[in-house]
Design a protein around this ligand. Structure first.
Ligand SMILES: O=P(O)(O)OC[C@@]1(O)O[C@H](CO)[C@@H](O)[C@@H]1O
Length: 310
């Protein structure tokens, strides 16, 4: 069982608005409403691929009930702390098939100290039963910036692998905790580390600095339909073709879910990367987030182009 942590869940509203541009009045040709936030997306994806998880974090108000219901309908164990206010709504406009051009994320509800303590108690209670922990996304107001580091350290104390997908200073501090896999915001890291992103070597240089902090795997975007995976078994660039891609929204969560599953099954790095990319591709081939099944992911394995670059 995998524990996923989403401190700032969301109801995602995706509007398909052909030829969208700011400053005019449009009618959406379709709207997708779904439970969101990175950990929650990973929980749903894992379930779709046949893997159990428990989702933790904070929920509030009507949107919170919507998210909890969506997870229960997928038969995912939920252990959220209720807080006052309202879980945020994140709005996305897809202006042409294949591109999420515009997104607006709300801040999320304030998390009081007492709710934080309850969350930590829930987390520690469930850790011993977990096969791994996935955490990521933004922090709502009131949550300390070092929370991912603390959660990572606690998981490591129980010898559980940690997968993190975050940005900004919460990510920088999380790296100090030594997660197993860090999916990084490479543009932010290049600024912080003062390494320009102009060449592949520079990106690999960033990976080496990340590894030096005790993080064995680093994943970063590389070109629109590709990612760089720097692993203990080598550095790889994995790419898929543009053909068949309808919406990239949520595809990076599918990549992470695929990696969690692959590494959980002790696949060699190359196989786990192929599986992760196939999951991302399967997700991107539909307007709705998610994959149909593990078998549907496996159908795409042969479409992943993998190059060893280091
Ligand atoms: O604002 P955050 O927490 O960084 O990201 C939130 C979010 O964009 O991430 C998911 C896609 O990865 C969406 O479900 C959700 O709306």
């Amino acid at each position: 069982m995998i524990v996923t942590v989403t401190l700032n869940p969301a109801v995602d509203e995706e509007y398909l608005v052909p030829e969208f541009r700011p400053g005019s009045w449009f009618r959406a040709t379709s709207v997708n409403r779904s439970a969101g936030g990175k950990g929650i997306n990973v929980s749903i994806l894992l379930r779709q691929m046949g893997c159990d998880s428990a989702a933790l974090g904070f929920l509030a108000g009507y949107n919170g009930e919507y998210v909890r219901d969506a997870l229960r309908r997928e038969r995912i164990t939920t252990n959220f702390v209720n807080v006052r206010g309202e879980t945020r709504t994140n709005t996305y406009v897809v202006d042409e098939v294949g591109h999420v051009e515009t997104g607006i994320a709300e801040l999320g509800p304030y998390i009081p100290e007492e709710a934080l303590s309850r969350f930590f108690r829930n987390y520690e209670r469930i850790l011993h039963r977990a096969d791994g922990v996935v955490m990521g996304g933004s922090l709502p107001p009131g949550v300390p910036q070092d929370i991912f580091r603390e959660l990572t350290l606690l998981a490591r104390r129980h010898s559980k692998p940690v997968f993190i997908d975050a940005s900004g200073s919460p990510l920088l501090m999380a790296l100090e905790g030594g997660p197993t896999v860090a999916k990084i915001d490479h543009r932010f890291m290049s600024l912080v580390m003062g390494v320009p992103l102009s060449t592949l070597d520079n990106l690999v240089g960033i990976a080496q600095k990340v590894h030096a902090q005790g993080v064995p795997w680093m994943v970063a975007s590389y070109r629109t339909y590709g990612d760089l995976f720097s692993t203990p078994e080598g550095v790889f660039i994995a790419e898929v073709e543009r053909k068949g891609i309808v919406s990239l929204f949520g595809a990076s969560d599918a990549l992470l879910a695929g990696l969690v599953l692959g590494l959980g099954e002790r696949m060699p790095a190359e196989d786990a990367i192929r599986f992760a990319m196939a999951a991302a591709l399967e997700d991107a081939m539909h307007m709705e987030k998610g994959v149909r099944s593990r078998a549907s992911v496996e159908q795409h394995l042969s479409k992943v182009k993998l190059d060893r670059v280091g």
